[in-house]
Design a protein around this ligand. Structure first.
Ligand code: SER
Length: 316
């Protein structure tokens, strides 16, 4: 029986991934950890502990004590926040991954998941239908750390036989836990603000298209990749994942179908330059071919679910 550890269970992905893993593999087989308290649902539905992934000894001890066999390492400083504190963010993003990779090697874990991002691409990358293999010259701290991380994931697979698996997530959209400090976060904030205040000031310009994905699709893709037969995986760095691509004007128009008086204004800040360096859309044919990636939600369906779930959450 696999024993899974989720690192970063209080975050946007970790909250939903922990709950789904517990549903599939049994509550007591999925250990959740974070540097801060998780929401009640995560903290109380199975084992939870406060753990700093940079504390190598404590991490190693916890993994051997709980007989962990698989790790999902999700803790990271996102793109916008990383630009405010480059060296600290580089240290957190890289050292945490190296701790997990070392651990997987030494304690012979069965597999590990670590997310990469569309941020691995940069201003010299072709921006439409960005291929799996292309020019990669990221110019953000976050993007540089993700690209370096991908190289290390592949290295540990080739050199030490660690079963590493990864997805280049597009912007992730969810209602359970909000993201923090990312460039794609406008596409989450907009729904909350539309319902709370019927208006939203967007920090990206109206025509800034980016690839995005609804959390349910992202969680399914993650678990599908982790469950895929190892022999099917041609990539041990990270797989492109396309999701759906839209710009702020288009998502505002979709929200207006439900809330006709919703108003959107635009005031681009430093995150505009980050978004301008990322792809508008992604080619994920390798993930489809290797392990059958699928995506169920389009912008219409996602908007319906986001608005109705946030309404319930805000008790409107
Ligand atoms: N959503 C992330 C961010 O905006 C990208 O992986 O930082």
């Amino acid at each position: 029986m696999e024993k899974i550890l989720v690192i970063g269970c209080a975050g946007q992905i970790g909250t939903e991934l922990t709950l789904e893993l517990r549903r599939i593999y049994g509550e007591s087989n999925v250990f959740a950890s974070d540097i801060k308290c998780a929401c009640k649902e995560v903290a109380e539905s199975g084992p939870f502990e406060i753990l700093d992934v940079l504390d190598k000894q404590k991490l190693f001890d916890s993994v051997s004590k709980n007989k962990i066999t698989q790790i999902y390492h999700l803790a990271a400083v996102l793109s916008g926040n990383a630009e405010k504190n480059p060296l600290v963010s580089w240290d957190i993003n890289m050292r945490s991954l190296m701790n997990v990779l070392e651990l997987a090697k030494e304690q012979k874990l069965s597999k590990i998941f670590w997310p990469s991002s569309i941020a691995v691409f940069g201003p010299t990358t072709p921006r439409e239908n960005t291929p799996q293999y292309t020019i990669m010259e990221p110019n953000t701290v976050y993007g540089i750390s993700k690209l370096a991380g991908e190289r290390w994931m592949e290295y540990f697979f080739n050199k030490f036989g660690v079963d590493t698996r990864s997805l280049r997530y597009p912007g992730l959209i969810s209602y359970k836990t909000e993201a923090g400090g990312g460039t794609t976060d406008y596409a989450v904030d907009i729904y909350f603000e539309a319902l709370k205040n019927n208006k939203y000031e967007c920090f990206l310009s109206s025509e800034t298209a980016l690839p995005m994905m609804f959390m349910e699709d992202a969680i399914k893709a993650t678990i599908d990749l982790m469950e895929a037969d190892a022999s099917k995986l041609s990539l041990r760095s990270s797989y492109n994942v396309a999701g759906i691509s839209f710009n702020p004007r288009e998502i505002a128009a979709e929200i207006q179908k439900h809330l006709p008086t919703f108003e959107m204004t635009y005031k681009p800040d430093f995150r505009q330059a980050i978004a301008d360096s990322w792809p508008k859309s992604i080619d994920d044919s390798v993930a489809k071919k290797d392990w059958g990636l699928t995506c169920k939600y389009d912008m219409e369906k996602m908007t319906e679910v986001m608005l109705s779930e946030i309404k319930k959450k805000l008790m409107l």
